[in-house]
Design a protein around this ligand. Structure first.
Ligand SMILES: Nc1ncnc2c1ncn2[C@@H]1O[C@H](COP(=O)(O)OP(=O)(O)OP(=O)(O)O)[C@@H](O)[C@H]1O
Ligand SMILES: O=c1[nH]cnc2c1ncn2[C@@H]1O[C@H](CO)[C@@H](O)[C@H]1O
Length: 434
């Protein structure tokens, strides 16, 4: 596994025997590996730049992700195709993107639970899905289905907003038997999205997600939930609060989803409120950057050397150098917050914001699995006296997540083509030098 972002020598990864973090340890023969897993609605993104008028004509709502029937999908596809508006057809899906990006960044394995067409023709959507997915994403557990995988029309309007129209195909046919208990229970994290729970209860997807979560909780594997769109949360915020309280370790959302969930329009206040239900939260906020909030045991708090920031919580970043912990692992849980402005002020040209939030979450997952990787291979390291959820501090994870989001903004696809540049000797230096 690669290190989550390049660091100063004392924190290099994989660790060297003279690293102060590992002093007194036996040399290891073979490295033990970690993986993460996720449940997904297997989808290909059909991306097109469209007018507001086209959205209205096809009864689509800006910013939303709506399910459409076969007839509506046919009409939409025909118009996009005939008008030459389609810019790409590429593997998508919020969890698929996250697993792919995780595997690309970490050079580590992930496992995807979902469906795949059993009979695949060269050039078909199913074929493209497989071609556009990192070979580090293990697709051996996909459940074969007789029909097509899903299609997601990702429609970008002039304002930069993306709206989704989903033609679901067989994407929700995943059955609970297809979730491999052992794989879930040996994972560094299980990743799911709110989209999965809107599936028709008779289709299998809902039960499969709940089964995967049950397995994860049984083995104390962190459950990571990403909120797909605010429209989904707005329908029943209390359901989601209860669901998060009962099941979720880490929540990922953008500021609109945060507002729908908590009623707070300020992303920091929304993140703070979310800590009533989850151990940790990542809240992306477009041009404002991103916030991270979570817990740390009082005895392990570390004070920042950065300027203290004003906000809904005055000087909220005071302890941003602390490492995230789960509430249950703290004797005296203390809330910790961090914020970062867009990396380098944002790319010169934003090609597409689709998937920037998924990218930020992949970075956080990389840091989380790196902590497990380190613990598996160097269990006696002084680092593990503290029962941390992640390898790095809130501040450092913010930088890494932000850096990855920047990379996604500068490309057309929500999926990274490659890891971060090796030449960036230190994320820290690259960040501050410009
Ligand atoms: N206009 C922008 N300028 C600079 N940086 C941006 C801009 N938009 C997004 N970013 C960066 O990308 C990150 C994620 O963006 P955003 O909040 O739009 O995610 P999102 O809405 O969850 O995206 P998606 O759901 O498509 O994955 C932000 O935290 C920020 O670092
Ligand atoms: O209903 C859905 N289920 C799963 N993924 C979805 C759904 N709607 C949109 N996206 C996915 O969200 C990604 C960006 O975050 C897009 O790539 C799109 O495929």
């Amino acid at each position: 596994m690669k290190f989550p972002g390049q660091r100063k020598s004392k924190h290099y990864f994989p660790v060297k025997s003279n690293d102060p973090v590992n002093l007194g340890l036996a040399q290891h023969k073979e490295q033990r590996r970690t993986h993460i897993c996720g449940v997904e609605q297997t989808l290909v993104d059909i991306e097109a730049r469209v007018s507001d008028e086209l959205l209205e004509r096809h009864n689509l709502k800006k910013g939303n992700s709506l399910l459409i029937d076969d007839e509506a999908a046919k009409a939409l596809y025909k118009e996009l195709k005939e008008s030459g508006l389609i810019s790409s057809e590429f593997a998508g899906g919020t969890i698929g993107n996250t697993l792919h990006n995780y595997s690309t960044l970490a050079d580590g394995n992930s496992v995807m639970f979902g469906v795949m067409r059993s009979n695949i023709e060269v050039g078909s959507y199913a074929y493209r899905y497989l071609c556009n997915t990192s070979s580090r994403v293990n697709l051996n557990h996909l459940q074969p289905v007789d029909g097509p995988i899903g299609r997601c029309f990702a429609l970008i309007t002039e304002c930069g907003e993306r709206s989704f129209a989903i033609s679901k195909g067989c994407m929700d046919d995943l059955q609970p038997e297809s979730i491999d208990k052992q794989i879930v229970q040996t994972s560094a994290a299980l990743v799911v999205s709110s989209y999965l729970l809107r599936a028709d209860p008779n289709a299998g997807m809902r039960d499969s997600v709940l089964k995967a979560i049950e397995y994860a909780k049984e083995a104390d594997v962190p459950v990571v939930l990403t909120l797909g769109t605010r429209f989904l949360i707005e329908q029943d915020p209390q359901f989601w609060r209860d669901f998060i309280r009962d099941n979720v370790t880490i929540l990922a959302m953008n500021e609109d989803e945060g507002e729908a969930l908590t009623g707070e329009s300020d992303p920091l206040a929304a993140a703070d409120r979310t800590l009533d239900w989850a151990d940790m939260v990542l809240c992306t906020a477009g041009p404002i950057g991103l916030y991270m909030a979570g817990h740390c045991d009082e005895q392990y708090l570390r004070v920042t050397s950065h300027t203290l920031l004003p906000g809904a919580i005055p000087e909220f970043n005071r302890h941003e150098f602390s490492r995230p912990m789960r509430v249950k692992d703290c004797q005296k849980p203390t809330r910790v917050y961090a914020h970062i402005a867009p990396y380098m002020g944002g790319p010169k040209e934003i090609r597409n914001t689709n998937g920037a939030g998924d990218g930020a979450l992949s970075a956080l997952l990389h840091d989380l699995s790196a902590a497990q990787f380190h613990k598996l291979n160097i269990p006696n390291s002084s680092k593990h006296k503290q029962s941390g959820l992640c390898y790095s501090s809130f501040s450092q994870i913010c930088k890494y997540a932000n850096r990855v989001a920047f990379e996604v903004l500068g490309q057309d696809s929500p999926r990274l083509m490659r890891g971060l540049p090796e030449k960036e000797d230190s994320l820290e230096e690259a960040y501050w030098e410009r």
